[in-house]
Design a protein around this ligand. Sequence first.
Ligand code: ADP
Length: 457
Amino acid sequence: MINSLRFRITAWYLAFFVLLFTAFGIFLYGVLAASLERRLDEALVSYAATAAGIFQDEVIELAGDVDKAAAQAISEIKQQGATIAIFDGEQPIGSTLPPPAGLGATLRGIHSARVIAISHAGANGYRAAVHPAPSLGINYLAVAVAPLDSVVDNLKLVRRVLLFALPILLAIAGLGGYLLTTRGLAPLQSMASQAHGISGTNLGKRIDIGNAAGELMVLSASFNDLLGRLDQSFETMRRFVADASHELRTPMAVIQGEADVALSQQRSAAEYREALAVILEESRRLSLLIGDLLNLARADAGSVTLRVEEIYLNDLLADCCRSLEPMAATRGIRLGCLPADDAPFRGDEQLLRRLILNLLDNAIRYTPRGGEVSASLETGPAGVRLRIADTGIGVAPDAISRIFERFYRTDLARSREDGGFGLGLSIVKWIAESHRGAVEVESRPAAGSIFTVSLPR
Ligand code: ADP
């Protein structure tokens, strides 16, 4: 629960909401308190000033009868909630209501108009506006006093509303947040449950989250891409295993058949020798195939590390030509390796030898008697290009893109007796690519083929 994204988002949202609401409440409360107090003060100041003016006028009119003048002044300003008083020093000489105790003492020494706060035990305190009303040489003071009760009551109400509203708003916001995140995260939930149902047997399935938010669409699209790639490599692997088992079966069947026939009755030494020769030949083919399979499997697993060293490709090519010369001669094919300048290169000698031998071997095998195979090297600033051309059976245009696939063999090649397993070119491609190079082929049926390997420096 605590770990759920929905819960966390809602919790963060609520925490933020509480913070915002509290800040807003404090601000509102402060503004309101200041405004209420200011309004009270303004009213009191105006009462005090008016009372002072009337008192001074009345003193003159009543020929110095200050008590009567005070009574006159306070009776003219009857304001609810405020006490108006005229003070002679600390003593009131007239007041609408008895002024709060302690007011007189507070007034001591006041000579100018001002507002004072009077605290009062057990009550909310008072605000008082004082206005001097000097008459007959005496510093009379007109005072308007009001308790802070109404201000305090109003603020108490606001406080209550805010405190009462908080949990209700919190509950609504929490519920809303939870529902919104639930809705927003629903596609994730759906993705998870769909992904749950995908395994090696149904990798063709794709995740569908309908018309979800852009970010989630990106996620599902990447996931589907991943599934697509997995599906493809699973398919390749399945085909590889099926093809490999199929190829392994043929020589095994030949070996078994040969042995069965040889053992079925008493045979002459020559017959046994012949049977063993067939078995030996098939075993050789079998171990070649197993070697190729192992190499490709290692390459797939990425566990082949190149043993890079400084070599001369021209020497390597000449070497390969020499070793295939007898095979070419037996088949009546002219094998020409054009001499090349020094072609230094940093690479894995054993793998590059394999690459050249595979290409030369193909060229010789797929060229009819009387044909020609030539190999050449070209060095440039970018790297080295190896070209192996033959005048052989060629590759049909629709097969060209497939001849580098594992176990792929063209129909032309299948009809020939001495074809391989269809792994040679995939090994060539892998070796070229592991040297950051590439293989290209140009070919026309019955005209011949040119294989070009580019190896960058
Ligand atoms: P294989 O063991 O069958 O030679 P490769 O992977 O070396 O397998 O080659 C795959 C297929 O490409 C061959 O079966 C053949 O059909 C075609 N091929 C390769 N090299 C040549 C070539 N020089 N001339 C014509 N066809 C070729």
